[in-house]
Design a protein around this ligand. Structure first.
Ligand SMILES: *Cc1c(COP(=O)(O)O)cnc(C)c1O
Length: 386
């Protein structure tokens, strides 16, 4: 494995910060292929919002486009523009809600718009007509999420209007599941049925429907009938399962590891408390090491007295409060040295800490663990092909 260091990973004098994220690019493309094989002939949209779930937007996009990704999906216009400015020319759907004054930028950057109401569709048509352009559009149907999208019971007028939009290329139509990662699939099945009912609009008119998509990672894993023409793979692409309730029908591996180094070692006397608020003190003389990572990097403060890290292939507890930039770990009376590798998330020897472990400790979900690792933490991209 040859580490590839990009400009964002370099700090002063070319020295990489001891705390960094490693993203295994081979693993990402293997996950993409595994999903593709599972849903074929449906296409796979790679969801890259929120800095590619913390993995680094541009590097992940480049790699997945080279690996043959059919379509890219982001949440915000700004994410799409950044990808275009970095030379990514694959089709990009912006999933979020839009404002009328953003439409010209979508056209400038050839980004696909989500039309989630009649009014939005009209704004798109008007802006595209004004410059003699054709906007690429996916219609958004709300089948039960109550977020953006026209309600399934009011969708026909949007579909009808879309047929008359001569400055829109209606390439797709989609909806989004609220509960596809749950053990109980009733709600997801109802949403899927509502979506299919809306789509009969096209059948009734003898029209080929636009590209139909509704499945997120939960749908990919446990609702094959929801794969339709395309799936939208987010967390699964990164090798993480959306919940503990889903069957693991697609084999994927986590692509991201979060590592640091021991930067300080001390012996703490019994009863002497460690860190802010004095929430922990050893009962016996203990060796305590300091790791240069904290909640200012996205290592949740909720992990105080609550998480483990790996050092020398063993698991040790985080003790005392996690600080903004530093975290203390008790190694009992065992041995560790300055410069030893610390794994916050990922594997070391036989041991592994997963995003789901950290989520459980911090009282959140793996999605937030990954997206919370902020841009202060350099990303290193590794690939076996180097
Ligand atoms: C985030 C998102 C996805 C991906 O969800 P995962 O659960 O990560 O697979 C798909 N579709 C939409 C509209 C989203 O916002």
């Amino acid at each position: 494995m040859r580490p590839m260091i990009n400009e964002a990973t370099i700090t002063t004098n070319g020295v990489v910060r001891p705390t960094h994220v490693e993203v295994n690019l081979d693993c990402l493309s293997a996950n993409y292929q595994a999903i593709k094989a599972h849903v074929s002939p449906a296409r796979v949209m790679a969801i890259l919002k929120a800095n590619a779930y913390g993995h680094g937007l541009v590097a992940v996009a480049r790699h997945l486009v080279a690996a043959g990704a059919d379509y890219l999906g982001v949440a915000y216009l700004e994410e799409g523009i950044l990808l275009r400015e970095q030379g990514i020319d694959a089709p990009i759907l912006v999933l979020g809600g839009i404002l009328g004054n953003q439409v010209p930028l979508f056209l400038d950057y050839d980004l696909t718009l989500t039309a989630s109401s009649l009014e939005k569709l009209e704004q798109i048509q008007t802006a595209a007509r004004a410059r003699g352009a054709v906007a690429r559009v996916h219609l958004k149907i709300d089948t039960g999420m109550e977020r953006i999208g026209v309600h399934y019971y009011n969708a026909r007028s949007l579909l009808e209007a879309s047929l008359g939009c001569d400055h829109c290329f209606v390439e797709g139509i989609y909806s989004h599941f609220a509960n596809a990662d749950a053990a109980d699939l009733n709600s997801a099945r109802i949403q899927l049925q509502r979506f299919l009912d809306v789509l009969t609009f096209y059948e009734e008119r003898g029209l080929q429907p636009p590209m139909r998509h509704i499945a997120n990672s939960g749908g990919i894993l446990q609702l094959p009938e929801s794969h339709l023409d395309m799936v939208r793979a987010g967390i699964l692409l990164y090798g993480v399962y959306p919940s503990d309730d889903v069957p693991r029908t697609v084999p994927v591996q986590p692509a991201l590891s979060w590592k640091s180094l021991v930067v300080y070692f001390k012996v703490v006397q019994p009863g002497d408390p460690v860190s802010y608020g004095s929430t922990w003190a050893p009962e016996e003389m203990s060796r305590v090491v300091t790791i240069p990572v904290g909640y200012g990097d996205g290592y949740f403060r909720n992990l105080s007295n609550n998480a483990s890290v790996l050092i020398r292939e063993r698991r040790y507890p985080v003790v005392g409060r996690v600080c903004m930039d530093q975290t203390m770990v008790s190694i009992g009376w065992e041995t560790a040295y300055n410069g030893d590798e610390v794994v916050l998330l990922g594997k070391q020897g036989e041991e592994e800490i997963t995003a789901a472990d950290i989520a459980r400790w911090a009282g959140t979900i793996p999605y937030e663990v990954l997206t919370n690792i902020n841009t202060r933490v350099p990303r290193l991209y590794i690939s076996g092909e180097g």
